[in-house]
Design a protein around this ligand. Structure first.
Ligand code: SF4
Length: 457
C-alpha cells in the first residue's frame, strides 16, 4: 500500500489531433416564408481568402516539397503507402486517425503497432471482444473511441460485405463514430479523393495564413476553414497534402512558439508578414479589413497584439470550465494463498464514461460532504455489496487523486480496506474479480485507476 500513499494529484496532457466538423445550415433554398430565397451570405473579404490560383499552386508545391523532405516516419504512413488492398489500407488509416484524436503522436505509436499486430484487418477486429479492445486501449483515454471503432468494424463486416465505403461522404454517412474530419482523412489518404481536412493543426495554420482572428470554434469560421481546405487540397496528391498541412501544424506552426523562419509557406502567410511589417494596431486596424464588423477579423475589443506576433491567431472563445465531480473509491486488498496482495476490481456499465472498464469499488459523492460522512456512505455501500458489516472507522483514508477528463474535473477520494476473511459479493452487483498488481495493469483499467493504485502512468 505504500504506492497508494504516494498517489498524487495529476492530469493528462493531450495536444493531439482535434477533429472539427460543423454540419452548417443549408445555404440553398433558405426561404423563411416559402417565397424568395434568402440572399447568399456575402463572401469574406479577400484578406481572408486564397483567391489567386497561382498562389494556391505555389503553396501546394512548397508544402509538398517540404513534406517529402521533412515528414516523420510513422507506422500508419508506411502502411498507407505500401498496402495494396484498399480496404486494409483504409482500415490502417482509420485506426491511426481515431487514435490520434486528442492524443499525441509519440503516445499513439506503440498503441498503434500493438493494435495492428493483434487485429491487422477489419475482420479480425470485428471478432474481438469489448474487453480485449478496452485492455489494449487502456491508458490511451477517451475510451469510447476504441469501442466505436470496433462497433463500426462489425458493421462493415456484417452489413457492407467487409468493404470500406470508398468516398468521404459515404464513410461519414455509413460508419458510426466517423465524422467529417476522419472521413476526409481516410478518403484522401487511402483512396486519393481530393477532399480537405480540418483538425486543430489545420485550423491553426489556416487562421495564421489568412489572419483569421474570429472565434475559431464558431460554426461560421469552421465552415470557412472547410471551404478553404477543400479549395487548397492538391488534386494529384490530396492525402499527402492533407498530411503535410497537419504535419506543418504539428512540427513548425506550433501553438506557442512557431518556427516561422523554417516555414516552407511563410511567403504566403499574412500573420507572418504582419508580424514583420505590422505596426501597433489602432482600432479598427486597417489591416483588419478596415471596416469593423468583418466576420473573420479579431473582435474590435481584442485587436492585434504586436507582442504576440503570429500567435494572435487563432483565437477561441473561453472554454467552459470542466464540471467538478468527487468519487469515493476503496482499494480492497487481501492476501492470496501464496502471500501476494490481491485487489478487488469491478466492471463499469457498458455505456457512459469509461464504459466497460474495471475500477476499484467506487461511489459518487454529493458535493460538500464532510470526510466523516464520506467514509460512512462508502462503508454503507461496501456493506451492501459485500453482504457483511463494514465499519466506517476501518476504512483507511489514503489521499485524493485528481484526474482531468475532457469535461470533468474528477477527484477520487481514496480509501483502503484490508480483508482477512473470505468475502461473498452480492451476485446482483456488477462483475468483479480479484487481481494481483500485475494482472491489474494488464486489465482494462483507466489511467485514473492506475493513479489511484499509485502506479506510474
Ligand atoms: Fe505558421 Fe509562421 Fe508558417 Fe505562418 S509563417 S504558417 S505563422 S509557421
Amino acid at each position: 500500500m505504500s504506492k497508494l500513499r504516494a498517489a498524487v494529484a495529476g492530469g493528462l496532457r493531450r495536444s493531439g489531433r482535434r477533429a472539427v466538423s460543423h454540419a452548417g445550415q443549408s445555404r440553398k433554398g433558405a426561404s423563411p416564408r416559402g417565397g424568395v430565397p434568402a440572399p447568399a451570405p456575402a463572401p469574406p473579404p479577400a484578406q481572408h481568402l486564397f483567391s489567386d490560383p497561382a498562389e494556391i499552386e505555389a503553396l501546394r508545391s512548397k508544402l509538398l516539397t517540404w513534406y517529402d523532405k521533412c515528414r516523420r516516419d510513422l507506422p500508419w504512413r508506411t502502411l498507407a503507402a505500401t498496402e495494396p488492398d484498399p480496404d486494409r489500407r483504409a482500415y490502417a488509416v482509420w485506426v491511426s486517425e481515431i487514435m490520434l484524436q486528442q492524443t499525441q503522436v509519440a503516445t499513439v505509436i506503440d498503441y498503434y503497432n500493438r493494435w495492428m499486430e493483434k487485429w491487422p484487418t477489419l475482420q479480425a477486429l470485428s471478432q474481438a471482444s469489448l474487453e480485449e479492445v478496452n485492455e489494449l486501449w487502456a491508458g490511451l483515454g477517451y475510451y469510447s473511441r476504441g469501442k466505436r471503432l470496433q462497433e463500426a468494424s462489425r458493421k462493415v463486416v456484417s452489413e457492407l460485405a467487409g468493404q470500406m465505403p470508398r468516398t468521404a461522404e459515404d464513410l461519414q454517412k455509413l460508419l458510426p463514430g466517423v465524422g467529417r474530419y476522419t472521413a476526409g482523412a481516410i478518403a484522401s489518404i487511402s483512396y486519393g479523393q481530393a477532399t480537405g481536412v480540418v483538425d486543430g493543426n489545420v485550423i491553426r495554420v489556416l487562421c495564421r495564413l489568412r489572419c483569421i482572428g474570429a472565434d475559431s470554434s464558431s460554426p461560421a469560421v469552421i465552415d470557412r476553414l472547410w471551404d478553404m481546405a477543400n479549395a487548397l487540397v492538391d488534386r494529384s496528391r490530396p492525402g499527402d497534402f492533407n498530411q503535410a498541412l497537419m504535419e506543418l501544424g504539428a512540427t513548425v506552426c506550433v501553438p506557442k512558439a512557431p518556427l516561422c523562419g523554417d516555414c516552407p509557406v511563410k511567403q504566403h502567410c499574412r500573420a507572418w508578414h504582419r508580424k514583420l511589417f505590422g505596426k501597433p494596431a489602432p482600432v479598427p486596424d486597417v489591416e483588419d479589413c478596415g471596416l469593423g464588423g468583418c466576420p473573420l477579423c479579431p473582435p474590435a475589443a481584442e485587436p492585434w497584439d504586436s507582442s504576440l506576433g503570429v500567435t494572435n491567431f487563432p483565437r477561441k472563445a473561453a472554454k467552459k470550465q470542466p464540471r467538478a465531480v468527487r468519487t469515493a473509491t476503496c482499494v480492497l486488498e487481501r492476501r492470496s494463498c501464496h502471500g501476494a496482495s490481491e485487489y478487488l476490481i469491478v466492471q463499469r456499465p457498458n455505456t457512459g464514461l469509461l464504459a466497460g472498464l474495471w475500477e476499484f469499488p467506487s461511489l459518487p459523492l454529493a458535493q460538500g460532504l464532510q470526510e466523516e460522512k464520506q467514509r460512512e456512505v462508502l462503508a454503507d455501500h461496501l456493506q451492501a455489496w459485500m453482504r457483511r458489516p463494514v465499519a466506517a472507522e476501518g476504512l483507511q483514508f489514503i489521499g485524493e487523486v485528481v484526474h482531468i477528463f475532457s469535461h470533468i474535473h474528477q477527484t477520487y477520494v481514496v480509501y483502503s480496506l484490508a480483508l482477512d476473511e473470505h468475502v461473498t459479493l452480492d451476485p446482483a452487483s456488477s462483475p468483479s474479480r480479484w487481481v494481483t498488481e500485475e494482472e491489474f495493469h494488464a486489465s482494462a483499467v483507466s489511467t485514473a485507476m492506475k493513479k489511484v493504485l499509485g502506479a506510474p502512468e
